[in-house]
Unconditional design. Structure first.
Length: 340
C-alpha cells in the first residue's frame, strides 16, 4: 500500500467502504499477476531500474513526513523557521484549477535533506537498512492515510485478503516470484545471517508491507472504538496489538518448521479479529463493536500553523483575558456589533 504523505496534518484520511474492501483483493490480485507477467516478459534489470527511481522519490517524501514530528524536538526554540508554499495551477481567471498546493517550512526542508541522504544510500547500495527505513515510512503513512469506518468493513477487508494471501502463496509461485524479483521497498527484510556477516548480510526473510498496513488500519479502528467507549482504557487496542505480535511470531515459527514461505495473513487475520472478538464477547460489547461507526475526527490532530498571532501585554494579563473568554462564551456572543 503506497500513498503520498498528506500536504498538512489536518487532512482527513481516505475512508475504505465495504464496497472498496470487497474489491480490494480482486484489484490486488490483478496487480500482482500483472507484475508477475511483466517480470516474465520484460528484462528484470530495466523494470527494477524504473521502479528504483519511482520509489526513490516516494520514499524520500514518505520518510520526511514520518520523521518530521520527531525531528521537531531537536530544533532549538530560536530556529529561524520560515513558511513556504508550493502552488501549481492550471488555466487562468475563474477556470484556474489547483493541481499542487503544498505547504511546508524550513524544518520540513531539513527533514527532506536527511531523507534524501537515505534515498541516495538506497539508490546506490540497495542496503537492507535503507530498504527497511523506507518500508517503515510507507507503512506508517499507509496506516495514517487509510481509514476503516466500521468493524464489519474491516472484517470484509481482512477476510478477502486472507483468501488472497493463501491462494497466491500456496496455490501458485506468483507471490514468491514477485517478492524476490521486486527490488523496491515494498517489504521489510530481516537478515538471517546477521551474526555471521554483520551489516553485509544477504540471506533475508521478508514481510510484505500489506501484512503491516492492513492489520494496522484495523488496529487503529479498534483504538478509535476504545476512545468512543469513554472508559479511559484501550483494551481492544492492546488486545489486537498483542494478537498481531502473536500472529507474526506464529508465522515465523511455522516458516522455520516447514522451511517454506508462509502467507502472514493466514495467521494475522484470525488473531487480529478473533482476540478482540473474544474480549467483546466476555465484556458483552459485541453489539457496540459492530454498530460502531468510526469518525476520523475522534482522534486529536494538530493542524500546522501558517501564521502566528501577535499579542501584547504581560503574561498575567493575557492569562486573565483568556480565562474570561473561556468562562463566558455566551455573554460574548450577545454583544452588540458596536461593542465588538
Amino acid at each position: 500500500v503506497l500513498c503520498f504523505p498528506p500536504q498538512n496534518s489536518s487532512e482527513m484520511p481516505e475512508t475504505i467502504t465495504s464496497r472498496d474492501a470487497a474489491r480490494f483483493p480482486i484489484v490486488a490480485s490483478c496487480t500482482l499477476l500483472g507484475l508477475y507477467l511483466f517480470f516474465k516478459i520484460f528484462s528484470q534489470e530495466y523494470i527494477n531500474l524504473l521502479l528504483s527511481m519511482y520509489f526513490f522519490v516516494l520514499g524520500i517524501l514518505a520518510l520526511s513526513h514520518t520523521i518530521s514530528p520527531m525531528m521537531n524536538r531537536f530544533f532549538p526554540a530560536n530556529f529561524p523557521n520560515k513558511q513556504y508554499q508550493l502552488l501549481f495551477t492550471q488555466g487562468s481567471g475563474e477556470s484556474k484549477e489547483e493541481i499542487v498546493n503544498y505547504e511546508f517550512d524550513t524544518k520540513d526542508l531539513v527533514c527532506l535533506a536527511l531523507s534524501s541522504v537515505v534515498g541516495v544510500w538506497y539508490l546506490l547500495r540497495k542496503h537492507w537498512i535503507a530498504n527497511n527505513l523506507f518500508g517503515l515510512a510507507f507503512s506508517l503513512n499507509g496506516v495514517e492515510l487509510l481509514h476503516l469506518n466500521n468493524v464489519s468493513t474491516g472484517c470484509i477487508l481482512l477476510g478477502g485478503l486472507f483468501i488472497y494471501d493463501v491462494f497466491w502463496v500456496f496455490g501458485t509461485n506468483v507471490m514468491v516470484t514477485v517478492a524476490k524479483s521486486f527490488e523496491a521497498p515494498i517489504k521489510l527484510v530481516f537478515p538471517q545471517d546477521l551474526l555471521e556477516k554483520g551489516l553485509e548480510a544477504d540471506n533475508f526473510a521478508m514481510l510484505g508491507l500489506g501484512d503491516i498496513v492492513i492489520p494496522g488500519i484495523f488496529i487503529a479502528l479498534l483504538l478509535r472504538f476504545d476512545i468512543s467507549l469513554k472508559k479511559n482504557t484501550h483494551t481492544y487496542f492492546y488486545t489486537s496489538f498483542v494478537a498481531y505480535i502473536f500472529g507474526l511470531g506464529l508465522t515465523i515459527f511455522i516458516m522455520h518448521i516447514f522451511k517454506h514461505a508462509q502467507p502472514a495473513l493466514l495467521y494475522l487475520v484470525p488473531a487480529c479479529i478473533g482476540f478482540p472478538l473474544l474480549v467483546a464477547l466476555a465484556k458483552g460489547e459485541v453489539t457496540e463493536m459492530f454498530s460502531y461507526e468510526s469518525s476520523a475526527e475522534i482522534l486529536p490532530h494538530t493542524p500546522r500553523l501558517t501564521h502566528f498571532p501577535t499579542v501584547s501585554g504581560s503574561p498575567a494579563s493575557l492569562a486573565d483575558s483568556m480565562q474570561q473568554k473561556l468562562s463566558c462564551p455566551r455573554r460574548r456572543r450577545q454583544q452588540s456589533p458596536s461593542a465588538m
